[in-house]
Design a protein around this ligand. Structure first.
Ligand code: HEC
Length: 221
């Protein structure tokens, strides 16, 4: 008959196991020393990736947030169909907006253009004369020498607004009619409004084409 040992065999066993455990856990750290053994520096590549993402997000917000203006997106606004809004829009209001959006950089807020480079719209015979020539200039653009109010221009080109898919300059007939009605009414100009239907008609008549020259325009009625 053996007398029971004063030490619980289970306790002894676990004490040995603890030592082993410590030894095992020390192994992976054996080759490392100091703080660097425990902390890893962020790989430099990730720094670039995150900087890139932050830059992209900033640019995105800058471009598409509308500066967080309440007028850009109002979630309480009831949905209105585009046609209903367009129908209510005064051509002079829409035209002024389109002018500020696209024409003002060259033809200037006072419609006087830039001497020798961008011709004036104020008092221009092209603006106040033939509807067909005027509509076509804005639909398809204009290149080469043209005489406006006695001065010859031709160093720069007039872009096409009617048919440049994907460029942002693919204005519909209503926008073209509105901007023309506006420039025929501003700066002391007193030309008759241009109807959307007129632009539609002339767009169909001219078809898809490149920019006009002065001679081609003068051949139009
Ligand atoms: C990038 C500059 C630029 C922009 C933007 C521009 N134009 Fe022009 N526009 C010109 C130039 C340059 C001419 C003369 C072209 C030539 O010399 O062959 C011209 C000529 C004209 C003419 C005929 C000449 C005259 O002065 O009457 C009209 C009309 C006209 N532009 C209207 C517009 C309208 C409307 C817009 C906006 C929808 C517009 N332009 C946007 C540069 C521009």
């Amino acid at each position: 008959m053996s007398t029971p040992s004063p030490v619980d065999p289970r306790q002894e066993k676990s004490a040995i196991a603890d030592e082993n455990l410590c030894a095992v856990h020390d192994q992976p750290n054996a080759g490392k020393s100091g703080a660097a053994g425990h902390y890893h520096l962020l790989p430099l590549a990730l720094l670039f990736v995150f900087s890139g993402l932050i830059f992209y997000a900033g640019s995105y917000l800058n471009r598409y947030s509308g500066h967080f203006s309440g007028r850009v997106f109002d979630e309480r606004q009831l949905p209105v169909s585009g046609a209903a809004v367009a129908a209510k829009m005064d051509p002079l209001v829409l035209g002024k907006k389109q002018y500020a959006l696209a024409c003002v950089t060259c033809h200037m807020p006072n419609g006087l253009g830039l001497p020798g480079v961008y011709p004036p719209l104020a008092g221009s015979e092209w603006v106040l004369g033939s509807e067909e020539r005027l509509v076509n200039i804005v639909l398809h653009g204009l290149k080469g020498p043209i005489t406006v109010k006695g001065n010859v221009y031709g160093t720069a080109a007039m872009p096409a607004f009617g048919q440049v898919p994907g460029s942002g300059y693919n204005w519909n007939d209503e926008k073209i009619a509105a901007v023309l009605t506006y420039i025929r009414h501003e700066w002391g100009n007193a030309g008759a409004p241009i109807a959307t239907e007129k632009v539609t008609e002339l767009r169909t008549k001219a078809g898809s084409r490149k920019e006009w020259s002065e001679a081609e325009l003068l051949a139009l009625p």
